[in-house]
Design a protein around this ligand. Sequence first.
Ligand code: FES
Length: 118
Amino acid sequence: MTDSREGVNRVMAEFVPVTKVGDLSPGQMKWVAVNRERVLLANVDGMFYALSDACGHQRVPLSKGRLEGYVVECPLHFARFDVRTGELLSGPAAADVPRHEVHVEGDTVYVKRVESAR
Ligand code: FES
């Protein structure tokens, strides 16, 4: 038997504070460290999204690419991914990019790496 309140606390504890809301303007992205892994954090119209910061083709950091609306473009061979889902939209990559959970509380952005994401 699990105490439900304890369960909620455990889930929240997995979220890591990564930046202040005001430090990443709409239309911008940057990489942040979450449990020693690079994570791409993007602000699209005030909503924050997080993906693994590695292209699904040759693992180049997507944070060095371009963000246009909901689309992030790899700087090397220009594969394009939807930052909301990590879905591959076009380009030579063979795989989607793992998406991570984002939580905003007050002026702080938190990210929780999804278990299956690498
Ligand atoms: S490394 Fe990203 S498209 Fe090739």
